[in-house]
Design a binder for this molecule. Sequence first.
Ligand code: 9MR
Length: 352
Amino acid sequence: MRYILLITFFLNTIFIANAQTFDYSSSSETPPVLKSVAPFPIGAAVGIKHMRNNPRYRNLVKEQFNSITAENVMKFKAVHPSEHVFKFDNADEIIAFAEENNMRVHGHTLLWAMSNPAWVRSYQGDKTAWKNLLKTHIQTVVKHFKGKVRSWDVVNEAFTDGGGLKKSIWLQKIGPEYIELAFRYAHEADPDALLFYNDYGQEYVGKKMYAILNMIKDFKKRGVPIHGLGMQMHIPVRLSDAKIQQAMKVAAGSGLLIHLSELEISVKHQMPKPFMMNEQLSRQQAEKYKTVFRAYSSIPKKQQFGITTWNVGDADSYRNSKGRNHDHPMMFDTQYRPKPAFKAVIDALKQP
Ligand code: 9MR
């Protein structure tokens, strides 16, 4: 087994080094620019360390994208580390970069149970105190970024795959109303901001997606401010084209802005082990990227908020953050060279 793993590692490494990029330098074509070809914004989730320390990463973001989401530095834990302390320096750095380069900033995220800081987890108080805590957090953050961040993932990942509400301290202390309160507080703090609900797994068009759509319907009926639906799209290459197309259509049926907010296409997820990268998978991934961009292009123009990939190159994808996972989910390789997926997306965007 050990030998098989070693050989797999070796072959994967060779594949990454040699076969995976689309080599524009050997053709007469100059590399196209995603943001110039796309009729809607093209975003990247960016990590603050890569932005600071890796000029190649920063230049690629500048060159190819016109929208930015902070991968981590706007989360609750990052901006509100203790009850009376707000810390915006890292996030402000991202904003300054975006302003310099004429890019949109999409805010991620005002409320996500997975990014609660320790002080929130041990906070003591009655329901009113918890509502105040939520209000203070949301309104301080939204007001700080007012005019700079014009859209927010207000609540992230609140639903289970079965369509219920996930257990969280917010649900426990405030009740199901916490979601609509979050939207109301955000709207009060910046009435011009576009407010999104953001979640993963909707591309399977199952109970989770319908629960989200029911919530949206209910919000619209009762005047709770909501403007957009974020479909994260952390998808495996094996997901069928038909599902992707169906998911876009059903999402668009909500009438809201649709943001493919965290796109990446894993070639490894759900594959038999030991996993080995190969050209066929690389081609399949390119085709899948094409399908996603084509399906998105088919929803009404006025609902196209944009497509954001979750990070930039294969090496910095969160899927590879825990050691040597060797997934290859992005449009750029570990050296930030365009892969066949990049070329496929350009082709998809150029199609009428
Ligand atoms: O990519 C992010 C990773 O660096 C963080 O450690 C993690 C926890 O904060 O969040 C990751 O981003 C998640 C995003 O915020 C919400 N959807 C799922 C993303 C991947 O886990």
